[in-house]
Design a binder for this molecule. Sequence first.
Ligand code: UDX
Length: 416
Amino acid sequence: MKASVVGSGYVGTTIAAALADLGHEVTAVDIDPDVVAAIEAGESPIEEPGVDELVARHSGHRLSATTDYDDIADTAVTILAVQTPAREDGAIDPSYVETAAESLGAVVGEDHVVAIKSTVIPDVLEERIDPLLGEATLAANPEFQREGSALEDFRNPHKIVIGSADEVAYERLETLYAGLIESADPAVVRTGLREAMMIKYANNAFLASKISLINDIGNVCKAYDVDTYEVADAIGLDPRIGSAFLRSGVGWGGSCFPKDTSALIHAAREQEYEPEMLAAAHAVNDRQPERLLSLLDEHVDVEGKRIAVLGLAFKPGTDDTRNTRAIPVIEGLRKRGASVVAYDPVATLAEEFPDLDHAASAAEALDGAHGAAVVTDWDEFAALDEEFDRMADPVVVDGRRVVERRDGITYEGLTW
Ligand code: UDX
């Protein structure tokens, strides 16, 4: 099938490359000529395991890229995967989706399905996006891909959700994904447009709230000297709870959970409904970084002291720092007058904190430090050992349960 993918971020590029690998003839569209040139040269514009190899293999054959929407006029289906940033008030900014929809609507005809992967509120989809698409058929086709395993998640979906008001959209997307449906046997959920978008919001709201709930429980556990991880392991055995996403600690960040939960809270309030649970999930998440620092306060007066922050990425395996918990941790330390030295194997926060001291290794960050706060669960932090001997005051507060407790250091786990 001839397919097009608008937006070449981590979701769009992964999908474009994976669809080409499934045998489709795929054209990627992006407004950034550098991104287009990279794909045309066989290079992935994003870092995702396995994607660079697929782009190299299919570029020039079944995968091409363009800035020109005219080039995709004859494709049968377009996957729209552009960003939906959050506004100051928590609502989403759908302007990128609208601009892309307008450009698409100008070139595609009646026999064309546009599947929206970008996450928008149902009203926005129906009232603002649909009218821009001209005669094309609208579908909502949310993604559940994690950064760092976007390709694996695409290839092994637990479900494929297709929302539309039109049979032709279900059939076309099921044909597009036929290879996946055959190999991975996911549930295929045919539903309405509005329901499909809410499935995506609800999915992320549940996962974010699950982490916040175990963090809430973890804070109580800590006060009673109970190991939350043992509690989580046991409750996770109940299939109604499940063992995934029960790692308690300094909270969730990234490009999806904060944005999608804020958008849902905002959308609820627009309808004069106060979403107490979602608001609480946010409140707990906002509180965890400060709780980590309070633990440090119990052992060191950080004012004027060198304090190491280990981990800047919002999770391991990525250099993405969007909404990373490292930001409030560093802000809190600076507010206390500490001199912060940060280390991450790949990420930096040079843009957010231009004067932040970035060390070249964990050992260098710990050298002479009077305390260390662990924010990201990179594997290499689990292997730290004699590096702690370099600290002036070996106090370690761990927000991710990654550092091994050992003799000679004062160790505090955030929720254990
Ligand atoms: C998420 C969703 O998982 C994915 O389905 C969606 O499409 C995009 O958003 P992602 O943002 O890549 O994916 O990261 P994820 O692995 O879900 O982790 C999100 C945050 O939660 C990270 O900051 C992580 O450290 C934190 N987390 C995750 C926990 O604190 N505890 C856990 O048990 C799991």
